[in-house]
Design a protein around this ligand. Structure first.
Ligand code: B12
Ligand code: SF4
Length: 420
């Protein structure tokens, strides 16, 4: 039995080979453990359906901007090889499954580690399904198959502080309730310490010197993080992680630095308290400033994720954000225009006509970050049109020339507004 797991290409990005599609490596491990006779291939480059001639199953990971490419691929494979089982999974499927092409045999939202083996074993699985693996079970799931996919991983080039680096997740989910984020209020589930140790060993074996912990929120509770920080320290790897201003303290920053943290990213989002309150960020502007300071005090580079085009945005609230850019001491920033993905509270409010402070002008490509600092601008506020927002963002980018926007390889969209 052969299955190809496919990561769609993203021609709209400057470079789609920076962060590897870890989700597929998790799926590969889960399939190998649960269906030992399955042969799994991970693919991120394909010229046409002929490349899947040998596969019995084709599983495609889809994010919203890739929806068209994924549907086209399904259509071509279905036409060329009617007998193959086509499965779509990934973040897009979870909230947009209903919009997807009817050629897919299965649309799997949420975690794929349990459902995919069930499909392969021919068990009864609904065409449209959603799964959330409970904490204990997820903690015990096999780590992503990095060693088996060493060649695949080598095609991705991420450098952290100049070091050859890769990515890793120590947990999934976020307890916060930010209204713009589709990962809001999702069950937090940590990788077991044993699995984390095994993953770090694999990462070292592959010769990496750095790692980006891609969890939505890693640094939220020092007690919970400490065993992982101990492992990271022991590994000698330098790392980057996502932090949250509400939970950042001097003690937390010191513990991160001691364990090898050289860079953090956090969702400051806006310099306007009015906007932070409106999106239920549960932080204050003062906490955002303090977060930068705590980290800088311990020699950690700080990147802020900032957005404009949030509900009620005005020239005045943009000026507040610009003040934060100038005065907070951040080293780097990603400045995006808010994109209302389905599955977020703000999008629900808009779809139900409950918002008077933000309007949605249409889906567009679905990527807030595109080539050459481009973007989708699909929102407007009573004061600022979609075009105004593009212009304002361009001015901010031109004025502040943050590394993320002008680096040799555009790291602008190397992470997200969701990562706080
Ligand atoms: C790392 C990352 C990236 C990396 C690498 C992406 C990758 N291919 O893995 C890069 C930088 C390329 C990236 C780019 C973008 N990203 Co991104 N990314 C993430 C991040 C932070 C972690 C992804 C991850 O590794 N998750 C952990 C693994 C285990 O989960 P997973 O990948 O979802 O896979 C699981 C399931 O989805 C499922 N599954 C996945 N594929 C398949 C396939 C099959 C067949 C099955 C059955 C199941 C299945 O099973 C997996 C295991 O449980 C997430 C946030 C998050 N917390 O997930 C955002 C996230 C996925 N990204 C997001 C966005 C918006 C983008 C961009 C559009 C940003 C932009 N530029 O505008 C681009 C789109 C690029 C594209 N390719 O289209 C959104 C997705 C929203 C959406 N509706 O699609 C997320 C959820 C963040 C957010 N809340 O905004 N991203
Ligand atoms: S933006 Fe960050 S803190 Fe807020 S819900 Fe999403 S992941 Fe959690």
């Amino acid at each position: 039995m052969k299955i190809s797991l496919v990561s769609c290409r993203s021609p709209f990005l400057d470079d789609d080979r920076i962060y590897p599609p870890l989700g597929l490596l998790y799926l590969k491990s889960a399939v190998m453990a649960a269906v030992p006779d399955a042969e799994v291939t991970v693919v991120d480059d394909y010229q046409g359906p002929q490349e899947f001639a040998d596969a019995d199953f084709v599983g495609v990971s889809v994010m919203t901007p890739q929806r068209k490419e994924a549907d086209e691929l399904a259509s071509q494979i279905r036409w060329a090889y009617p007998g193959k089982t086509l499965i779509a999974g990934g973040p897009h499927v979870r909230h947009y499954g209903r919009d997807m092409d009817n050629r897919w045999d299965y649309l799997v939202g949420g975690d794929g580690e349990r459902v995919l083996p069930q499909i392969l074993r021919g068990e009864k699985v609904a065409r449209t399904t959603y799964d959330q693996i409970p904490r204990q079970e997820l903690a015990a799931m096999p780590p992503p198959d990095r060693l088996g996919e060493a060649g695949f991983l080598r095609r991705y080039n991420y450098t952290l502080a100049g070091l050859n680096s890769t990515t890793m997740m120590l947990g999934r989910g976020c307890p916060m309730a930010c209204k713009f984020c589709e990962d809001a209020r999702t069950l937090t589930r940590w990788t077991s310490v044993e699995n984390a140790e095994a993953e770090l060993a694999d990462i070292l074996l592959l010769g990496y010197d750095g790692v980006y912990l891609f969890d939505d929120l890693f640094a939220i509770n020092l007690g919970k993080c400490q065993p992982y920080l101990d492992l990271l320290k022991l590994s000698g790897l330098k790392f980057r992680c996502n932090v949250h201003a509400r939970f950042m303290t001097d003690e937390f920053a010191a513990a991160l630095a001691k364990a090898g943290c050289v860079e953090v990213a956090f969702g400051a989002e806006s310099g306007s308290q009015q906007i932070l309150d409106r999106i239920e960020k549960k932080t204050t502007v003062a906490q955002n400033y303090a977060c930068v300071q705590h980290c800088k005090n311990h020699g950690i580079t700080v990147k802020a994720f900032l957005m404009i085009g949030l509900p009620g945005e005005t020239r005045q609230t943009v000026a507040d954000t610009e003040r934060f850019i100038c005065n907070s001491g951040i080293d780097d920033a990603q400045i995006a225009i808010y994109y209302p993905y389905k599955g977020t509270e703000l999008r629900r409010e808009m779809d139900e006509g409950l918002n008077s402070d933000l309007a949605f002008t249409g889906e567009g490509l679905g990527a807030y970050g595109q080539k050459n600092c481009g973007t989708d601008s699909v929102v407007r506020t009573p004061e600022l049109s979609a075009e105004d927002l593009v212009q304002i963002r361009e001015e901010l980018i031109r004025t502040y020339r943050f590394h993320s926007h002008v680096g040799p390889r555009d790291h602008f969209f190397d992470a997200h507004m969701a990562a706080s």
